[in-house]
Design a protein around this ligand. Structure first.
Ligand code: SAM
Ligand code: DTB
Ligand code: SF4
Length: 346
């Protein structure tokens, strides 16, 4: 096991990535990275990773679906869309007590951040009071908070910030060009607008996407281009491998070459060297060896717990054994001063 390191953000602050943090990548440059020989790509990604982070520590979040199913949006991958004929039962918004019970369990299991997700197109007025109470209650337990509630107005983003929300998850999901093949009830520009509202309110952004939806490599590169050229890199970048859900239009999509997941993570690490890159959905089906390659490529965050929102995740016992075999330690919640240093460095 490694010595406990100084805070990750201290390291990021004193050792900016080679060439600095860029926001002007071109698609050709990104495709060039994807096309590198595998060993060269991983060496470069691991070098960047070590400049900004302790390579033997990973951040862990736990997810809870606080409002499941019946969503008005037609996202082709999603179990929760009312447009998809999945087996999922709709549920009401959970109570504060239910949320806090799950958050306490997540903390006991080693998570530093608790992420709450709702199957909504956008946050409604009627729900805002409950959401604010959830944020306050979870923060009081000493956990970082993350919400994913669909689209937000600037006012709603400010209200969540005032409640103490640390992160907001809103994925771009794929390239702008491929997006209409996957979702038609809202557009890519809507996603970017919400991300802007969240950044403007001073909430940290968690934004990434899904690979393995039948897109081309150029779309995976395009997704990373969007994220890397945002005025501020998302602090957290989840890379989800499609979990094919029966009853969704993507249920029978041909599986992606697993090494393409490793490449996508490595490229994300090179483009956004100071961000946490999360190996997200898809770990349940991934071998230990594939996950180890993803960590070598620069992934330094995961979801813990046996459930994501509605789908299965890695078995907690298997995770504990895997992290021990790899000598990976879980990070505690980030102290407030270190976060400020990160933003100063951006
Ligand atoms: N309604 C909110 C939204 O769309 O932002 C929050 C919940 S939504 C389920 C959060 C993210 O989960 C999606 O943007 C997508 O990246 C990911 N996701 C959903 N279903 C998935 C699946 N079957 N496989 C992989 N990732 C999935
Ligand atoms: C993200 O990028 N992945 C998480 C979280 N953000 C909200 C969700 C994954 C969902 C997987 C499918 C499901 O559980 O329904
Ligand atoms: Fe699923 Fe979110 Fe799309 Fe609703 S908006 S269908 S919850 S991904």
């Amino acid at each position: 096991m490694t010595e406990p390191s100084q805070t990750v953000r201290d390291t990021a602050d004193t050792a900016p990535p080679a060439g600095g943090t860029r926001h002007d990548w071109t698609l050709d440059e990104i495709l060039g990275l994807f096309g590198l020989p595998f060993n060269d790509l991983l060496f470069r990604a691991q070098t960047e990773h070590r400049r900004a982070f302790d390579p033997n520590r990973i951040q862990a979040s736990t997810l809870l679906s606080i409002k499941t199913g019946g969503c008005s949006e037609d996202c082709g991958y999603c179990a929760q869309s009312a447009h998809n004929e999945t087996e999922l039962e709709r549920e009401r918004l959970l109570s504060l007590k239910e949320v806090l019970t799950a958050a306490r369990r997540a903390k006991d299991e080693g998570a530093s951040r608790f992420c709450m997700g709702a199957a909504w197109r956008s946050l409604g007025k009627a729900q805002t009071h409950d959401i604010v109470e959830f944020v306050k209650g979870v923060k009081n337990l000493g956990l970082e908070t993350c919400m994913t509630l669909g689209m937000l107005s600037p006012e709603q983003a400010r209200a969540l910030k005032a409640a103490g929300l640390d992160y907001y998850n809103h994925n771009v999901d794929t390239s702008e060009g491929f997006y209409p093949n996957i979702v038609t009830t809202h557009g890519y520009r809507d996603r970017l607008e919400t991300i802007r509202h969240v950044q403007d309110a001073g909430i940290k952004v968690c934004s990434g996407g899904i690979i393995g939806m039948g897109e081309e490599r150029a779309d995976r590169a395009g997704m990373l281009l969007t994220l890397a050229n945002l005025p501020r890199h998302p602090e957290s970048v989840p890379i989800n491998l499609l979990i094919p859900i029966p009853g969704t239009p993507l249920a029978d999509t041909e599986a992606l070459d697993p090494l393409e997941l490793v490449r996508t993570i490595a490229v994300a690490r090179i483009l956004m060297p100071g961000s946490y890159i999360r190996l997200s959905a898809g770990r349940e089906a991934a071998s230990d060896e594939l996950q180890a390659l993803c960590f070598l490529a620069g992934a330094n965050s995961v979801f813990l717990g046996d459930r994501l929102l509605t789908a299965g995740n890695a078995d907690p016992g298997a995770d504990e054994r895997l992290f021990a075999r790899l000598g990976l330690d879980l990070m505690p919640a980030e102290p407030a001063e270190a976060e400020a240093a990160h933003h100063a460095a951006e």
